[in-house]
Design a protein around this ligand. Structure first.
Ligand SMILES: *Cc1c(COP(=O)(O)O)cnc(C)c1O
Length: 360
């Protein structure tokens, strides 16, 4: 199976090998060292400000989204949610479920955020903003600098879901003045699913310390306390944390995050430049608004689901279908994980063949 989805994605062999032995006991100095190094490397790759800290959660990315909402925010906050699709909607639902006062800015699917809608909320006592840097369901990447400037000007806490952006797109936590940046193990990190990582600014840590704890398992207060000795409060997905160490260390050795980002960007460009003869359109109009992680495509003839099925059955290729009302119109091709140009040649050949047979 050749996997072009956006996660879980294909892992490199050396990462898979980490999972081929029994999980070691983890209340040890050796494991604490691994965790300190994981934290330091992750914060370096984010260009996090001094005094920023990390917590590692054994959960999917959504667990980290919810944990951020309950640990960093509180009932006195007035929250702005940017909702451009499936994952923006998830932040909205979290705010509703946890009964925060919130205002939702809806973006048309696959379209950039209309900054005038955000500017209109300036000076109105909002205290926090939730955004998915890359709305993975449509492939749109928001203009984070513009959003960050708005937050700075209005003294708003900025919480960024970068689950599918981390590594794929450039992120500078310090430049953004972001308070929280979160990601997960199964996207561009290309590890097995199960670990989420959250970077917290000094201001976010203060909030965590002053907020009432609302969860035992997802308490950041406990997680931060345990990280002082390189540990987690409960048994974490030890194997994935060891994979994380291997992955971050390999990136560091290979010259840092930029080399990896360049590779993902080049794969995305390669794929995007070879679609000319196919009856497909880009969902996101301008290249500057597209994440490097994924390309969302619109089928001219409402054949998205059929293309997905044929690739899977006839070519053993997985792409990412879109659900719900976009099922027949949109599919996505990822550029993260262990992929090479020749893998895209195989995918493009398959797409051309499907088209030639009249199924597209
Ligand atoms: C994948 C993803 C998530 C959710 O991740 P899960 O691990 O499935 O919970 C959240 N936000 C974004 C932007 C994502 O791409």
């Amino acid at each position: 199976m050749l996997n072009f989805t956006v996660g879980p994605v294909m892992s490199p062999q050396e990462i898979l090998e980490v999972a081929s032995v029994s999980t070691p006991y983890f209340r040890t100095e050796e494991f604490s060292k691994v965790m300190f190094e994981n934290e330091a490397m992750f914060l370096t790759f984010l260009h996090a400000p001094e005094n920023a800290r990390c917590v590692f959660l054994t959960s999917s990315g959504t667990g980290a989204m919810e944990a951020c909402v309950i640990n960093v925010l509180n009932e006195f906050d007035k929250v702005i949610c940017i909702n451009g699709g499936f994952f923006g909607q998830r932040f909205v639902e979290l705010c509703r479920l946890h009964r925060y006062e919130y205002t939702e800015i809806k973006c048309e699917f696959g379209k950039p955020l209309d900054m005038s809608l955000l500017e209109a909320l300036g000076g109105k006592e909002y205290t926090a903003l939730l955004v998915n840097m890359h709305e993975t369901s449509s492939g749109i990447r928001y203009d984070m600098n513009a959003i960050a400037d708005f937050c700075k000007n209005n003294e708003i806490v900025l919480i960024v879901d970068a689950i599918s952006s981390f590594i794929a797109d450039s992120i500078d936590m310090e430049r953004l003045g972001a308070d929280v940046i979160l990601t997960g193990s199964q996207k561009a990190l290309a590890l097995q699913p199960g670990i989420a990582i959250v970077a917290l600014s000094n201001r976010a840590i203060d909030r965590v310390k002053n907020n009432r704890e609302k969860s035992l398992y997802f308490s950041f207060k406990e997680a931060l306390k345990n990280m002082e000795r390189g540990q987690t409060p409960y048994t974490p997905a030890v194997t994935i944390l060891l994979q994380l160490h291997k992955r971050l260390f390999a990136m560091k050795e290979a010259g840092g995050i930029l080399a990896e980002q360049k590779k993902i960007h080049e794969l995305a460009e390669y794929f995007r430049n070879h679609l000319v003869d196919l009856p497909l359109d880009f969902l996101v109009e301008h290249d500057k608004d597209r994440s490097n992680a994924v390309t969302a495509l619109k089928s001219h003839h409402h054949k998205a689901e059929e293309i997905f099925e044929r690739l899977k059955k006839e070519y053993s290729i997985w792409i990412c279908p879109n659900g719900g009302k976009y099922k027949d119109d949109i599919f996505r091709v990822g550029h993260i994980g262990c992929l090479k140009k020749r893998d895209y040649d195989l995918l493009l050949d398959a797409l051309r063949e499907i088209n030639a047979k009249g199924y597209m």
